[in-house]
Design a protein around this ligand. Structure first.
Ligand code: HEM
Length: 259
């Protein structure tokens, strides 16, 4: 085990841990975005709310979620630690580095800190409320013949022990589902222009962090190839620094301006 500790605490080992955790978090960003796209459906939140139940109850996904929380914390605090150690070792390094590295690479730590603040706000707004607070419930009744869905808000004080209550009435040809209305909570939160602006600005931080971060992770892992490196660089820029942040930023903007 000695070699492992030695490798991981060497200066390249420290960066390898940042690269591996960073790439895992990039995968999370893609999955989270695809899941959240259900917010754009005009179905009264049916797809989004049932998706939220699935994501928070399916055992394998629950385990991956806990790994994800741990890796977010690790990536953030390990990044702060590495930056601190680098500054200690090379107090004038910034001035020396200035010409040889891009503004994005020099801003990784500050952008990461902005994202950590964003995540605290974001998770207390949605994740914490969904898991630990009393939220409104909503009932969806689906006509099994036509596929039409009727949405009914439950009374304010209504609560249930299970996350999703589902009953099929074969005689009536309907399926009824009662779930927490996270869709309503998201829609309500994004009526606040300050929160909308905060989200949009935070997505610039995601973008700038990943312009450098995505391709740098591959370099750190030694995955350099004259043919594939430009492809990875473009993937980092077009998918992770442009498309994904735009997709996320579109959500608060959609609820504020169009809902
Ligand atoms: C701007 C659009 C976004 C919306 C509408 C949104 C929405 C949500 C909602 C509703 C939840 C709670 C439901 C759940 O726990 O699955 C959640 C959880 C979470 N969000 Fe977001 N999110 C957005 C962007 C982001 C971004 C950019 C990040 C990362 C930088 C992020 C990281 C997380 C994390 C780590 C969780 C906890 C996931 C889990 O429990 O496994 N979100 N998000």
């Amino acid at each position: 085990m000695g070699w492992l500790t030695k490798t991981l605490t060497s200066s390249i080992g420290k960066k390898v841990l940042m690269a591996l955790t960073g790439l895992f978090l990039c995968t999370f960003l893609v999955v989270h975005l695809i899941g959240n796209l259900q917010l754009f459906k005009s179905d009264g939140g049916y797809a989004f709310n049932t998706y939220a139940v699935f994501m928070t109850t399916f055992p394998v996904i629950k385990v991956v979620s806990y790994v994800n929380y741990a890796l977010i914390l690790f990536h953030a605090f390990w990044g702060i630690y590495i930056t601190y150690k680098n500054r200690q070792a090379r107090p004038v390094g910034y001035a020396v580095n200035k010409n040889s590295s891009s503004i994005f690479s020099r801003s990784m730590a500050i952008l990461g800190l902005i994202l950590l603040v964003y995540l605290v706000v974001h998770m207390s707004d949605f994740w914490y409320r969904y898991h630990y607070e009393h939220l409104p419930y909503v009932k969806y009744t689906e006509n099994l013949t036509t596929g039409d869905i009727t949405t009914t808000a439950m009374d304010e004080g209504y609560t249930q022990v299970v996350k999703k209550f589902e009953i099929s009435d074969v005689a009536a040809g309907t399926k009824t589902i009662i779930v927490k209305d996270l869709y309503k909570v998201v829609g309500y939160a994004f009526q606040n222009i300050l929160l909308v602006l905060f989200y949009v600005l935070a997505m610039f931080a995601v973008s700038f962090h990943l312009i450098h971060g995505f391709q740098s992770a591959f370099q750190t892992l030694g995955l350099n190839h004259p043919k594939y490196s430009p492809l990875i660089k473009n993937l980092g820029i077009w998918i992770f620094a442009i498309l994904i942040p735009i997709g996320y930023a579109a959500m608060p903007l959609y609820f504020y301006f169009l809902k």
